[in-house]
Write a protein that binds this ligand. Sequence first.
Ligand code: HEM
Length: 462
Amino acid sequence: MTHPVPQPRKVPFLGNLTSIDREAPTNSYMLLYQQYGEIFRLDLIGRTVVVISSYNLLHEVCDDKRFSKAVVAHLKEIGGLVHDGLFTAQTEDKNWGIAHRLLMPVFGAAAIRDMFPAMEDIISQLVNKWERFGPEYLIDPARDYTKLTLDAISLASMSYRMNSFYSEDMVPFVAAMNRFLSESQLRSNRPRLATAAMISTQAQFEADAKLMTDIAKSIVQKRKANPTAPGAHNDLLDRMLTAVDTKSGEKMSDDSIVDNLITFLIAGHETTSAMLTFVTYEVLKHPEVLLKLRAEIDEVLGDRMVSLEDLPKMPYTLAVMRETLRLRPPASTRSVHPKEATTLGNGKYFVTLEDNILVNVTQVHRDPEVWGDDGDLFKPERMLDGKFEALPPNAWHPFGFGLRACIGRGFALQEAQMAVATIFQRFDLVFDDPSYTLRLKQTVTIKPVGFYIRAYPRNRSA
Ligand code: HEM
């Protein structure tokens, strides 16, 4: 027998919109979960969303045969810029299929190892900056990590230097991307008429999209005119220009290449930067974790720079990253829709074709059934000694699942492990305000607000 899906009381015209915190919707899903449990329905002006927050329900919607990715409102807004790029396309779009088949090997293990020098180059720019500015300099980690991740993906994907560390202000591409992403999020929760009336916001949104597209197009055109330019071999752009899809016999069109280059920048920088920011926060909040992390890094690296061979020798560093991604998944929600009307919870709840199912990943990652009663606590040990590998399928879920899982997972993990090892090898980091407690802001990802640190270069001989 099916049960009705619980729903908070609606307000005339606005439905449940007033239950959602516009700065960080994920906070509202967590609060509503406390009240309504593993599943509840929200009416968001013409859209119904079914929010699920338990492992069992998540595991059920991971079935690619019954459910597929829903390109929800804020992704549609981003899709206005990158069209059917990998992140924003429908799974049925022809260009998604071509790009997916061509790009999967491009992000394979061997290719990512080849990107080590690009990552190392940019990480050393961050280290130089923090060393030269010293502890007097107030660091906004989310801002500097965003410079790091954006410059790294840009250099590795198209041999293009954003040079974000050489300017205190955001470089034009990055400023445009930041404004564009935050406006995409806001307009997805704003009535269309209100957006249409905001003439200067609309003009800025269009100008930002144009600026990013123009830069990406000019990079592609320059590369086509000069395919053997120094450094221009074997990056993602080179592979996109030359590879042929064995299934369709087609190459990627120039437009699809431009859309996917911008997609990598969007999908690849904020997520990884949020992960690094949360790692920093959690490690500073847990001095016992810092001690163990330090001990491992010092033992493996000593005074040397990190190399590719070092990475598998640092399991505790990886466990700290995995535990951070569990407790604070940067992509804190994802959406799917049923391919046909169906039930969830072993026949308990009915969902229709019109329902988008939003996975509240932050709560699923704390489900006591999988993580025990201390799922709210940060404990890297739960990712060590075979425990990570023994988790039930889909229990650890920061990179999505199935066909539409993250293509950049290996890239992000390699880059982040190199960065974490290098940063904690070289610096003693401290909270600027030791009483700081976490507050969140959400655009495509969640990230801390008001979190500042100071970096003391380490004197390991002392
Ligand atoms: C998709 C998370 C890093 C490129 C996704 C999805 C998640 C995710 C959850 C699925 C989204 C959905 O179902 O709607 C993350 C996290 C990262 C990260 C947590 C870092 C910690 C990266 C990087 C890149 C990247 C570094 C590129 C270099 C993509 C792309 C997709 C995607 C292109 C769409 C794949 C498709 O649908 O075919 N990511 N990501 N991501 N990610 Fe990532």
